[in-house]
Design a protein around this ligand. Structure first.
Ligand SMILES: [Zn+2]
Ligand SMILES: [Zn+2]
Length: 322
């Protein structure tokens, strides 16, 4: 390990949208609780968002009130990964009742594809020096050695923020993705994939290196053909808030093409808040809106959808919230 920088704290999400307008920072109301428990298998609890900051403890308690009884928090750059490990170690926040974290919280860490490009370049967006990509992934490997680290991720490819035509960026992302695949196999951990505008390249890398046993397409964004291609390879898809967006018929077709024993649910909080609260802060307690859409798309009761998704989660991570 080459970098001895201290564990950093949480970070604050941008209060403006990409187009520069101010976001509505009010927290959406608590939805009706789900009839059976589910787990949010991908959230970023290291982000501060909303008019009032919610602690991890508060977010978990609100989630439990919605019957979202498990949350997997993802730290996907070095600062976030260190913070996430410190959270598990009890050194950044301790709940009044230690059983709250023990029973309802698990985590995963990685170097995000876009961050991999910065490590390869040697500087972050503000010009601060960064360790090499190899050293960063070596530290991620060390941070993963904890009983409550249940996944490596998110890794993968992103041609939205860094362009595929940029050879330097493309090579950095592919190298990083391949290193995470190797690490998932070495540690026997499930792997969460971030795929933005990179469906075919993601499949090509998985086919070349061999897909890890438990691979999850987090915030699945492809069409039905791509969903089938993932499931044929043994992968799982995780559905986030965009499934509720009006314009996303092709995403709903993709979900319909996949049996529920291959489907999980997530928030990607604080991002991607489901309808009708799109644009406002997101937190695991808002999963019921997304779960209702999953049930509707599959034409099953909310109860049956929750049971199926929770069983899939337990199968993939060997854990689902108590
Ligand atoms: Zn992602
Ligand atoms: Zn994410």
């Amino acid at each position: 390990m080459t970098d001895s920088a201290p564990t950093t704290g949480k970070r604050t999400r941008d209060q403006r949208t990409e187009s520069g307008s101010r976001r509505d920072l009010s927290w959406p109301p608590q939805p009706e609780a789900l009839p059976l428990p589910v787990t949010d298998n991908h959230a970023h609890l290291d982000f501060i968002d909303g008019k009032e900051e919610l602690s991890v403890q508060q977010q978990l308690q609100l989630a439990i009130d919605s019957n979202v009884t498990g949350v997997i928090t993802i730290g996907c750059d070095l600062a976030a990964a260190r913070w996430t490990r410190a959270l598990l170690d009890g050194s950044v926040e301790q709940p009044a009742d230690p059983a709250l974290f023990r029973n309802h919280l698990r985590a995963g860490v990685s170097i995000h594809p876009n961050t991999a490009v910065e490590h390869r370049r040697g500087t972050d967006r503000d010009g601060n020096e960064l360790p090499s990509l190899e050293d960063a992934i070596a530290e991620v490997s060390d941070l993963l050695d904890h009983d409550h680290m249940v996944t490596i991720g998110e890794t993968g490819l992103d041609w939205f923020r860094t362009k595929r035509a940029d050879e330097h960026a493309r090579t950095a992302q592919i190298d990083s993705f391949r290193a995470h695949i190797a690490l998932a196999k070495e540690k026997g951990l499930p792997m969460q994939i971030h795929d933005r505008d990179a469906h075919q390249d993601v499949l090509d890398v998985l086919d070349a290196d061999g897909i890890p046993d438990r691979t999850v397409l987090h915030c699945f964004s492809g069409d039905a053909d791509f969903a089938r291609a993932c499931v044929q390879r043994g992968a799982y898809i995780s559905i986030a808030g965009p499934i509720t967006f009006k314009s996303n018929d092709s995403l709903r077709d993709a979900l319909a093409a996949v049996p529920l024993n291959r489907v999980m649910v997530e928030t990607d909080a604080p991002f991607l808040t489901p309808v009708p609260y799109r644009g406002r802060p997101n937190s695991p307690y808002l999963i019921p809106h997304t779960m209702q859409t999953i049930a509707d798309v599959h034409g099953v009761s909310l109860e049956d959808a929750c049971a199926a998704v929770q069983a899939t989660t337990a199968e993939v991570y060997g854990w689902s919230g108590a």
